[in-house]
Design a protein around this ligand. Sequence first.
Ligand SMILES: [Zn+2]
Length: 201
Amino acid sequence: MGTSLENRHETDGADDEFRDLIRRQLELLGEDPDREGLVRTPERVAKSLAWLTRGYEMDVMQVVGSALFDSEGGTNMVMVRDIELYSLCEHHMLPFYGKAHIAYIPNGKIVGLSKLPRIVEVFARRLQVQERLTEQIAGAIDEVLHPMGVGVVIEAYHLCMMMRGVEKQNSKTLTSAVRGLFRSDPRTREEFLTLAYAPRG
Ligand SMILES: [Zn+2]
């Protein structure tokens, strides 16, 4: 079901190769890949990694589909906050997770609100750095809607920071990307950032 690593490789047997690699990885870690708890681990890890990186096979236009509508002249800021986000850092292949806040000012077109989390998925489900992820989401919305402006803020916790070395359990990483009016008009940017960081509830 769904994504198989095989879809992503031209050669047959890529799944087998992947499983073998994970088995070897377990050996190099000093484990016994034949002990009961680990026997099916290579298969599970291969499947899990394929799923966690399924964004490589996703496409923004496909995800948005026909959910583009006329904004009927409205040029007020549209914002969706607290979009859950899970990704893998490309430096350590460890998860980072948090929330994305997305806003744009329509220029004739709006997109179905449920599509914004899907656009986040396209780019989050890959090996990423948070800065690029933020830029790619802003760029995709820019491309699809040609809005007057777009702003994206991501707040995320990185397990590679939290679990390794000096454990910095509470450091949250903030990134933002702004385009159009969100860049050129300080009042628009201010409104966006105030809304993005406003207390919840
Ligand atoms: Zn990392």
